[in-house]
Design a binder for this molecule. Structure first.
Ligand code: ZN
Length: 253
């Protein structure tokens, strides 16, 4: 009788262990499935926006910068290119006139936190605070309400994407094959060839207009913009790219 009880307990333990294993496997599966494709399907984040039209969205992070951003803007104007600037709120309060010029010249301004914060170390409340302060700074400088957000260092999690989404923002990453690593000053040739070797319709290209000497970024743009234009590409903002996907016809630039 006693032996039977021990046997039954053992069996119960084995069953419990089995249940825990199944649970942990299934939770791993659900965590693994919450990758890029999960969020793209959910509509809370994008990495690129494949479209039929020959367009790309070039984006600049970490500005405004009083020295390099005006040079970028001059180049964009020369090639009739529109771009998206993911701005740091604290820098917008310092250089509101540069952010305003971005809007006046037809570009899109977007949110990149107030102090280039690492979201993984912030509470939901602190994430909201970072975005709201930047939102306010951008509106004060440009009178335009931003709707796009890019997390510093490309960090995202389900928690951060949801916190951002709850504020009405879409998280915008960049095409995996279009990370120029320009922030590390890899050389103009590397930046140029990275973009040109595999340009696809609807790509989102990552550049930086702040964070050290950005001369290589500027010099690379001097080659990338005319080269892609020659191939028939137009340069649109991320919101214009999303409109194209939704079937809205863009005005001719
Ligand atoms: Zn950044």
């Amino acid at each position: 009788m006693c032996k039977g009880k021990v046997g039954a307990l053992k069996l119960l333990k084995v069953i419990l262990l089995f249940c825990v294993m199944i649970l942990s496997i299934s939770s791993n599966v659900s965590a693994a499935s919450k990758n890029r494709y999960y969020y793209e399907k959910q509509g809370t984040a994008i990495w690129e926006v494949p479209v039929k039209e020959k367009v790309v969205a070039i984006t600049f992070d970490d500005g405004p910068n009083d020295l390099y951003t005006p040079q970028v803007l001059d180049l964009l104007k020369k090639y009739n290119a529109k771009a998206t600037f993911f701005l740091i709120g604290e820098r917008v309060t310092r250089y509101p006139e540069v952010a305003l010029r971005e809007i006046e010249e037809g570009h899109e301004v977007a949110n990149h936190t107030f102090s280039h914060a690492r979201l993984q170390y912030l509470s939901d409340e602190q994430i909201r605070n970072q975005l709201e302060r930047t939102h306010e700074a951008i509106i004060n400088a440009t009178h335009v309400e931003p709707v796009l957000f890019r997390p510093p260092f490309g960090y995202y999690s389900e928690r951060s994407i949801n916190a951002v989404h709850e504020l009405g923002y879409l998280t915008v990453m960049w095409s995996w094959h279009q990370d120029t690593f320009d922030w590390s000053n890899p050389g103009v040739y590397k930046i140029v060839s990275n973009v040109l070797k595999d340009t696809r319709k609807g790509d989102i290209v990552l550049f930086h207009d702040h964070g050290g000497d950005r001369t290589q970024t500027i010099d690379a743009l001097k080659q990338i913009l005319p080269a892609l234009q020659k191939q028939g590409y137009q340069f649109v903002t991320v919101s214009q790219l999303l409109e194209l996907k939704a079937g809205v016809k863009l005005p001719k630039f």
